[in-house]
Design a protein. Sequence first.
Lengths: 356, 252
Amino acid sequence: MKKWLKIVADIVLLLVLALAPYYLSSYHLSLLGRFLAMAILSLGISITWGRAGILSLGQGVFWGLGAYVLAMHLKLAALAPGDMPDFMMWSGLDHLPAWWNVFRNPAVALAGVVIVPTVTAGAMAWLVFNRRVSGVYFSLLTQALALVFSTLLISEQAYTGGFNGLTDFNTILGHDIIDPSFQRAIYWITLAALAVAFILCRWLLGTGFGKVLLAVRDGESRVRFLGYSPAAYKTVAFALAGALAGVSGALYILHAGVISPAMVGVVPSIEMVIAVAVGGRSSLTGVVIGTLLVNFGKDTISSAIPELWQFVVGALFILVVTALPKGLVSLPGIALRIKSILFKSSTAAALEGSNV
Amino acid sequence: MATPLLSVENVTVSFDGFNALDDMSLTLMPTSVRVLIGPNGAGKSTLLDAIIGHVAATKGRVLFKGEDITGVDEYKIVRKGICRKFQAPGILESLTVADNLALAARRHRQCWRSFGTRVSVQVRDQVERVLGLIGLEGKKDFLAAHLSHGQKQWLEIGMVVASDAELLLLDEPAAGMSHDESTQTAELIRSLSSRHSILVIDHDMAFVEQLDAPVSVMHMGKMLREGTLEEIRSDPQIAAVYLGRAKEVPHA
């Protein structure tokens, strides 16, 4: 019964979101689209952190790889054949680098959005996990990776557009990107991608793979001494999170119209984790809700009082870690418990009363 | 002569110049029980670590069914048929009792073969069988975290049994158990010897007596004596070791 209720709730939520283009302004629709794209990344964090206990503070890197790959395609698609992006000419390049040109082909670019972050995340995880680096050391390593990535993007201006990043996208597969009807289509594509990713993750957590990941969080060496290779399982989980991050990044820039190093560095990577923690890292529904709430909160607060957001996000994190370690999704359970305690104490009081 | 299931041949394990194992040898035949005793720091747990590849042997080698497994990855050694129970219960607390056992019972442990939701009939039967052996049928859907200490110990023994490994390494299986519980554990171990070879570490002489198996005594990383419990008990050198006067006695 309870399982059915959950599925019904998920479907209702999906319908409400699917109809959003009919009741939201185009500004708010674009915001919602971005945040739904972010939720895809959050699902990946839920698998790695929520399930397997691997805390990455560098998901911005894989998100950024997906975003930059698509942005390179969009940048090339906006140019006449033979032309170069303006920032390359300003930086004195005389021809388009070959590794840019491969993404001119839309099929290659779309494949690259998934493959580049997946392979990067998988290779990094394989190297690190096989050396039995884990826990806080892994988190620090990923954070350093985020710093390196954003620094590299800024310093290699001739190839990456530097601090300003890549922007001025206007066409994809022959469609006008800023056209309202196409923006609506992108919104639905994003929502569909989130739904598919959600179902995939839900299925995955129920497989033997999902159980081994949970076991790895409980006792990595116990799992190893049952004949499993924790490094292999963790690598696959991390690569999957990388793939979801890449798709998330690519969809995000279709709504936002820009990608820059400031969006992929240390601070955004940490905000991604905070959104997941707020929703409840072990619950897929929870991380989607958390991502939407935190991002809308960020938008509302920072457009009113820009300095305030940093304090709010810090306070939010402390609050969740200390008072709600399982996130917002644990609130209904806590409310029920409080109710039962109150109920019990009142019956106890009534009994005592009758004795007197 | 049949091939021994396990032979540890002159293994030395050094930690910064200290020999936790010093030219240690041990042979175990199929379907036999062996009890390993010795004072604290004698190297008993280190021996299990060396067998299962958790620590690297500085010298010597370990053969399992005639195959050299020295330096092989731990999880690959386990897949060959050696499973170990640790001193502190190493169960998976967020999983149910049945899932703990199913994870141990699964034959296909490679990552790429883990993407199914169905539990095979063999695994399910194995889980049921082991639940019966360890007396936790009624708790199979409980989270392992909610078991009592003795039940956790049994669950871990159950996991080792469920793995269907030919060689079971049990590090203090009865630690922290009540008298009745440890009697049951000894019975369980004796009944397992028809299918598995078992190497048990323990200090508790009452428990060792119940196991009714040949005893090997370790001291300072070496094998001191092997024999029946009576022979061991009547050996003055061993008495000296246990009374802490080891230095007065020449080493074997």
